[in-house]
Design a protein around this ligand. Structure first.
Ligand code: TNX
Length: 507
């Protein structure tokens, strides 16, 4: 409508004559506070006007924000078909879209949307998150792309907002992992935990132990061809994530969940005999030989090679479900492995079982099942990542009719995935103990990216909001309306989401 008005003076005259009373009301409502943001920002104010994105709009960026400017231009191009020019500038322009460095180093950002100029200011990470917010505020009507004017101030509640992808049970290639990273980026998540090894497969090249991938990575659950990332490919994933302000946490699970290792190198078994490759889904039957010296040489090589190509500060040592490792062996093993991780300048992360051992300074315990373990970890000074299987496991079925997924922890409908609060989950775990939230996707039953999408959408945006938005601002009945608005966007993006009956999807 507005384009028409602009194009023809005659049109304006005709409309003015025949519709004099509704000239303003003709426009779609331009109320920024009505935008369906996920996660919900700290504050949104509307000023009632609109900013129009046209082919002439330029994205200006201060130095250091070029990658985010290019990202915004590419995303706008995908959803609108117009490719905006980007330009580095030192001073604020009078019109266009302007990414400005605020001088802060946290993840907060501010957006002001005027009729001529949109300014997003923050640290590089803050600006990137602000860009996600701006993209959610875009309206496309006929040929017009507009944003309602106003102001947004925003910052996250938790510093750690993650998801995990199990690439060991089923392998997901570089392109698929990039798509997963894109899902995280849309909702301002900042951590991707990659579960890189398990009984069924080893998925990252280790140059000093090549059989790990050539043999140990050759299969996956069900017996199909597995796969692995070369170190060059892994670096590309790290880079792709970094451009989206997402840190990759590599996990090498040990001493259990190691059958693929034990099949690749006979000497890592206590009896010196290589195991067969495993394509089933049992857990708890494998263990590294904790009292052989070569085991620690192996671990040191693995941690060193992976740490060299991982700029993020974390290294995840797994440590879960080591049912075949007696506790008297498990404890010194976990303690020694933590020292190895420290010697490569990384921060230790492990599943809650590691709290049975002594913990090094800075160690992080990932709560998934056992509150007592987690409480022990807190007692030993650890921070906690909240991934309670009953609420946050994206491999759990939605309900009894879900074909994919498992159900050992719970059925997790979309409301159950959203409607809980990390700091009120367990008496033993308080706000000050919590680093953040992570939603894992285990892949025993999930074989390709379409199936990933089905398990992840629409639950993932909820975990992102739990991580970003303060608990007193979250409410399922209000959230479900916002969530419903995303169905059409996902349709357009070709995302195979679960059309949950508890979400009031738009027709
Ligand atoms: C438990 S969660 C596991 C994984 C399985 C998952 C399936 C955790 C630390 N261990 O090995 O894949 O359940 O839901």
């Amino acid at each position: 409508m507005k384009n028409l008005l602009k194009k023809s003076f005659l049109g304006v005259a005709v409309i003015a004559i025949f519709f004099p009373l509704i000239s303003c009301e003709e426009e779609p409502p331009t109320d920024l506070t009505k935008t369906m943001f996920i996660p919900l920002p700290v504050s949104v104010e509307a000023t009632g006007g609109e900013f129009e994105v046209t082919a002439k709009t330029v994205i200006y960026a201060q130095e250091g924000l070029e990658t985010t400017a290019a990202f915004l231009s590419a995303r706008l191009g995908e959803c609108t078909g117009i490719n905006l020019k980007t330009e580095v500038t030192a001073k604020a322009p009078r019109k266009g879209i302007y990414l400005a460095a605020s001088g802060t180093d946290d993840e907060s950002y501010e957006i002001t949307i005027g009729k001529k100029l949109v300014t997003i200011s923050g640290s590089p990470a803050g600006c990137f998150f602000g860009v996600q917010t701006l993209l959610q505020a875009l309206e496309k009507n006929d040929n017009e792309i507009t944003v309602a004017t106003g102001a947004i101030k925003d910052s996250p509640y938790y510093e750690y907002r993650g998801a995990m992808l199990d690439v060991a049970r089923h392998f997901f290639n570089v392109e698929e992992v990039k798509q997963f990273i894109d899902f995280l980026a849309m909702y301002k998540m900042n951590v991707l935990h990659l579960h890189l090894s398990d009984d069924q497969g080893w998925r990252i090249e280790i140059k000093s132990w090549p059989n790990l991938t050539t043999h140990g990575g050759s299969l996956e659950v069900g017996g199909g061809a597995g796969g692995f990332y070369t170190q060059e490919e892994f670096k590309k994933l790290v880079q792709y994530a970094a451009e989206r302000h997402i840190t990759i946490i590599p996990e090498i699970d040990m001493p259990g969940h190691t059958n693929a290792v034990l099949a690749s190198y006979a000497e890592l078994n206590c009896d010196g005999k290589a195991r067969e490759l495993y394509i089933g889904t049992r857990v708890g039957f494998s263990t590294l030989c904790t009292d052989k010296e070569v085991t620690y040489k192996f671990i040191d090589d693995v941690v060193r090679e992976i740490s060299e190509i991982t700029p993020g500060s974390w290294f995840h040592i797994g440590g879960d479900e080591s049912h075949s490792t007696p506790l008297k062996d498990y404890i010194p093993f976990i303690e020694r492995v933590q020292d190895i991780v420290l010697s490569h300048d990384k921060t230790v992360v492990g599943w809650d079982e590691i709290a049975n051992a002594g913990l090094v300074e800075g160690a992080v315990v990932q709560f998934w099942a056992d509150e007592e373990n987690t409480a022990m970890g807190i007692g030993k000074g650890a921070k906690v990542i909240m991934s309670p299987a009953k609420r946050a496991y994206m491999d759990m079925k939605y309900d009894t009719t879900t074909v994919l997924g498992l159900a050992w922890a719970a059925y997790i409908e979309v409301d159950e995935g959203y409607d809980w609060d990390p700091e009120n989950y367990s008496d033993a775990i308080k706000r000050e103990n919590i680093l953040g939230v992570e939603a894992p996707l285990w892949s025993e039953t999930v074989t390709n990216i379409d199936e990933v999408e089905f398990m992840v959408f629409p639950r993932l945006p909820g975990y992102a909001e739990i991580g970003w938005t303060a608990p007193d601002k979250r409410n399922w009945d209000e959230y479900k309306i916002r969530l419903a608005g995303y169905g059409k966007k996902w349709d357009k993006l070709g995302i195979d989401y679960y059309r949950s009956p508890v979400v009031p999807w738009e027709e």
